[in-house]
Design a protein around this ligand. Sequence first.
Ligand code: NAD
Ligand code: K
Ligand code: MN
Length: 362
Amino acid sequence: MKTYRIATIPGDGIGKEVVPAGQRVLETLASSGSSFRFEFENFVWGSDWFREHGMMMPDNGLDALRGKDAILFGSAGDPHIPDHITLWGLRLKICQGFDQYANVRPTRILPGIDSPLRRCGPNDLNWVIVRENSEGEYAGVGGRVHQGHPIEAATDISIMTRAGVERIMRFAFRLAQSRPRKLLTVITKSNAQRHAMVMWDEIAVQISKEYPDVQWDKELVDAATARMVNRPATLDTIVATNLHADILSDLAAALAGSLGIAPTGNIDPEQRYPSMFEPIHGSAFDIMGKGLANPVGTFWSVVMLLEHLGENEAAAKVMRAIESVTANPALHTRDLGGKATTAQVTNAVCQHLVCRPANDCR
Ligand code: NAD
Ligand code: K
Ligand code: MN
């Protein structure tokens, strides 16, 4: 029987609630007639680790992850430690260390969940946002001089390389090509950012020639926010820089009902290293430890993880279980206007997974 080695890193806040829930879904799946099993290794890195060791993960942490088939991640962020320390010390260290340069964020309206947009049904919003995940605004280059003085200056330099932009653009065109509408929107800001973003636009034109069957257009990022709200059906696959896509994808998640349901994959398309899957949300300080976290974003990330492993049938099975649960308002968590707890939603998804097809699984 095939064994997949999965690393789980719950991290901080509600990550500690939703990642164990995601692991339970995978375990339930494996024990209900699957042709594969999982071997989990749990890493207790994050802010508690930081308090004890002065870092978010050990120096040789990447070596411990290297042999895994995939990573399931929660969140990095703690109310008492600056966000840039927690984020750079764990999540970005893994994303950059394993060159997971494609961040893929599917968004659509799941059964039973309403968009806050009037007149926006499931057919009007079905997007995948591709976020450049290795450079750009989050290259980590910059500094501060004369700290605390009136003449202080600080920079965060956005670095884009031709190789970095070409590979994410090619990834996005390929993904658009694989979807029914073969439609790609390239997000830009080349009116104001006159160097890197102009190169970004030129590379889009260049790569588009390799994919003549993909219909594509260009949109400035500010206009794109309005288009997402006013004309959602005109979008399908979207590619944007690290910062732009970070912002657009939280908007996308909210338009599809809640930040709590949105998944993401940090992918190394060349499969040199393990890829990492996580809900797009963070530690959610306001609800952590209360059993209120919506685990659907993590479960959908589990679906992406299974697809990445090539287990498409199992992925579809988990997605059906998620959709049967979202369709039932009694199983909505507070972010969706309901009263269900993390445990109740998790139980319901697991129950659906063990149902035999002949039975009534609802
Ligand atoms: P957040 O995503 O943690 O929370 C934003 C809002 O959405 C909160 O009101 C929260 O309660 C709600 N929410 C988020 N996920 C939810 C879920 N699953 N169920 C129900 N409600 C949910 O964003 P934030 O408040 O900006 O950040 C908090 C911390 O998380 C910060 O330290 C930040 O740096 C970190 N963060 C980490 C990641 C990551 O590790 N990938 C991503 C985003 C934010
Ligand atoms: K996350
Ligand atoms: Mn974000």
